[in-house]
Design a protein around this ligand. Sequence first.
Ligand code: SF4
Ligand code: SF4
Length: 224
Amino acid sequence: MIVTELKPLEEILESVSPYSTVLIAGCDGCTQPPRSIKEAENLSRLLELGGRRRGEHARPYFKVTTIPKQCDSHLVATALREQLQGIEAVLSLGCGAGVQTIVGVFPDLVVLPAQNTLFIGMEDREGHLLEERCAACGDCLLGLTGGICPVTRCAKGLLNGPCGGCSNGKCEVDPEKDCAWYLIIKQLEKQGRLDTLEEIRPPRDFQTVIRPGRIIERLEEVKQ
Ligand code: SF4
Ligand code: SF4
């Protein structure tokens, strides 16, 4: 899932203030916490209240909608086309990819992000936690590291860890967090695969994903 957080209300109010009609667009896709129609309606109420508090006379009029997946250009086109009549700006509750997809489909439209996109993560329901798990590095090492990602879970992103600072299984950068390499070693030990660590991993090849990443074959697979 893509983990996001709402921008401060003041920042959103500032960004929508030049426009008189704003469509708040939720996303039913993988954004976490969920940002669908209910959250779009809540945000609209908060913004109306915030605008009144700021004493603005000409406040934007908000409409709300949701899109099944804001990062899908076809779904964006079908969900929004009918709704843009008279709309001056769209306030997106999707992730950064969602905002850019809307811009790609409607290039003349002003599209504003209501959120900051943080990371690709997992939800730990019992711990009430969303935590980063993947940085889309393009060269997945999980098979060699017992399914624990050193790129995201080691504070220094070390490929040959641990560093000298691991203490009682905790990370020297943030002692509240487990040392990723401590977890990796424990995991490989349990699996009888400690020999995997004997091989020194070369520095990461940043050519594996040249930004922006692009896969053309994937679209062909979907069509079949
Ligand atoms: S190594 Fe980590 S960052 Fe790279 S693809 Fe695998 S999980 Fe993602
Ligand atoms: S203590 Fe562990 S997680 Fe922290 S930086 Fe060193 S190797 Fe990485």
